[in-house]
Design a protein around this ligand. Structure first.
Ligand code: BGO
Length: 274
């Protein structure tokens, strides 16, 4: 069976350039079922892998919330079509903003490999990233790439294929405060057994946020729904804020914490060649 790779990332992170570099002319362009959002798929052109590898280019998005067609298309693909691995393109020159989506992708239970793209611009921009440490803190492999120059792509695919073939399943790591993690754990414990262990974190966070698509898609028992409601209300009261904002804040706090010890921004070098 072919290995399925999903390419995800923010708009402008270099996803089209990467998709073209990986698949060359072996592309099929259509639409996602029922919507006018473009769907691009292609066969990996690299001769390095024995297996057939299909790359699906997900729409560029900033978040996995349920508000835009692009977000819903990406979520449905990741959660329902069982890709073997997600390659998450992160624009290395804009790392804080890009990691916001990463914190949501790693929650889905689908293994993630980060392509730290635009790596060719880092030295010019005076940015230094401790990639090894960042990888450890996010608990996922990171490969530096330049989609534009075709650098790091073989290594990226090797890593993605390795992760796709791994038989053991890693559970997503905790990234929130102890208080929010406590609520997530409570909600995880009342989810139906039809939700696989590795996907429980995603569903727990989404139920806490009262995500309309998730609430519509999964009917909870009365007692389970009450547990979710009680956890949400307690946190909203304490923080005097809505749950989605509380979760967003906690994601950014986590990102700031890890970026503060892994990314150094120096003076930009003055060149005209960017
Ligand atoms: C223009 N390194 C560098 N330096 N640039 C990259 C890389 C990389 O690794 N990857 C992509 N780019 P898309 P989305 C452009 O179009 O693939 C560049 O939205 C320009 N165009 O070349 O389109 C890429 O699909 C004029 O740049 O991203 C593109 O994710 C001047 O990043 C841009 C400068 O890539 C976005 C750049 C007329």
């Amino acid at each position: 069976m072919a290995i399925k790779i999903a390419l995800a990332g923010n708009p402008n992170c270099g996803k089209t350039t990467m998709f073209n570099a990986l698949t060359g002319a072996n592309q099929y362009v259509g639409n996602w079922p029922g919507v006018t959002v473009e769907k691009k798929e292609g066969k990996l052109k690299s001769k390095k892998t024995k297996e057939e590898v299909i790359v699906t280019d997900l729409p560029g998005i900033y978040s996995m919330s349920p508000y835009t067609l692009e977000e819903v298309v990406s979520r449905d693909y990741v959660l329902k079509e069982n890709p073997d691995v997600i390659i998450d393109l992160v624009d290395a020159t804009n790392i804080e903003r890009n990691l916001y989506l990463t914190t949501q992708l790693i929650e889905t239970g689908v293994p993630v490999v980060i392509a730290l793209n635009m790596a060719d611009l880092l030295a010019k921009r005076g940015i230094k990233i401790d990639v090894k440490r960042l990888s450890m803190l996010l608990d996922c492999p990171i490969i530096e790439t330049s989609a534009l120059k075709g650098e790091g792509l073989d290594k990226l695919i090797d890593e993605a294929v390795k992760v796709a073939k791994k038989s053991e399943i890693d559970l997503p790591k905790d990234i929130f405060s102890a208080e929010l993690e406590g609520a997530v754990a409570e909600v995880k414990s009342i989810l139906p057994s039809s939700v696989s262990e590795e996907k429980k974190r995603w569903y727990a966070v989404k139920f806490l946020e009262n995500d309309s698509k998730v609430v519509e898609s999964m009917k909870l028992s009365g007692a389970a729904a009450q547990t979710v409601e009680a956890q949400r209300k307690a946190l909203e009261k304490k923080h005097d804020d809505d749950m989605e904002s509380i979760v967003t804040d906690e994601r950014y706090k986590f990102i700031q914490k890890i970026v503060s010890t892994t990314v150094q921004k120096g003076k930009e070098k003055l060149t005209t060649s960017d």
